[in-house]
Design a protein around this ligand. Structure first.
Ligand SMILES: Cc1cc2nc3c(=O)[nH]c(=O)nc-3n(C[C@H](O)[C@H](O)[C@H](O)COP(=O)(O)OP(=O)(O)OC[C@H]3O[C@@H](n4cnc5c(N)ncnc54)[C@H](O)[C@@H]3O)c2cc1C
Length: 219
């Protein structure tokens, strides 16, 4: 490990800029420890440097706010849990463990007042949704972050939730949302039932493809 780090240090000294792919190629060519190939479903990018882990974090965080609201409706939360706790925990996690400095600074500053702003579990879902759209807007035209196959447009789009959108601009992007409808949409989109439905749908699709392939190869 020591000699690996020493060589890595020597290698990066020769560069003023280094793309994620160049960095990964160097590591793959020298490291005897091979990192497992991660496969993403919802967060699969058009290449390995796009989407992936940060995307899964967002999905996890939104699912956490939804789960907390559902538990609160079922009176299944301990009485000392406050509606802002989930956002505060997310902020703590990002502040301590997310390795992108710019992301940390921005997200922590944006949510610094969450304890005073969030008074209901309903609001914590919308709070994270609004914050994520602020990040999307900021990153929309940044070359390195963006996957051209997954443009960072305001979420949800008209196709995803027509009722959620009250106003669109000349590009068809949402500029004003109906927050009651958006709340209902987010609750459905990030509920466990929905992710299980997506998995079932994927299995049915996979099964159909396998059957079609068998039928074709038997012809
Ligand atoms: C807390 C945090 C802060 C970040 N800050 C930065 C930063 O400052 N600079 C930077 O370069 N990168 C930042 N990132 C990474 C960046 O936001 C994206 O995660 C990354 O570029 C991958 O983008 P993506 O296209 O997969 O979609 P993501 O933005 O990761 O979204 C993941 C999924 O969430 C859904 N979604 C999108 N918008 C919303 C919304 N408003 N509400 C609910 N669901 C939504 C969509 O289904 C989408 O596929 C941050 C990530 C996190 C978790």
């Amino acid at each position: 490990m020591k000699s690996f780090l020493f060589n890595l240090n020597e290698f990066v000294k020769n560069y003023t800029t280094l793309s994620p792919n160049e960095y990964q190629t160097y590591i793959n060519s020298t490291s005897i420890i091979k990192l497992p190939q991660l496969k993403f479903d919802h967060c699969n990018g058009s290449d390995s440097s796009k989407r992936g882990y940060p995307c899964t974090l967002w999905v996890l965080f939104h699912s956490m706010t939804v789960k907390q609201a559902i538990l609160a409706e079922q009176n299944a939360l301990p009485s000392d849990i406050k509606p802002s706790d989930v956002i505060v925990s997310i902020r703590e996690f990002i502040g301590n463990f997310f390795l992108c400095e710019e992301c940390v600074t921005h997200f922590v500053n944006m949510t610094i007042n969450a304890e005073n702003e969030i008074k209901s579990h309903h609001e914590s879902i919308l709070y994270l949704w609004r914050s994520h759209n602020v990040v999307n807007k900021r990153l929309r035209y940044e070359e390195y972050t963006n996957d051209p196959n997954w443009p960072k447009v305001p979420f949800p789009t008209k196709e995803q939730c027509n009722l959620c959108i009250q106003q669109i601009d000349e590009n068809g992007d949402a500029t004003e949302y109906n927050e009651n409808e958006t709340y209902k949409f987010l609750k459905e989109f990030y509920s466990l039932n929905n992710s299980m439905r997506i998995q079932t749908y994927n299995l049915i699709l996979l099964f159909s493809i396998v059957i079609i392939n068998i039928l074709i190869s038997n012809k």
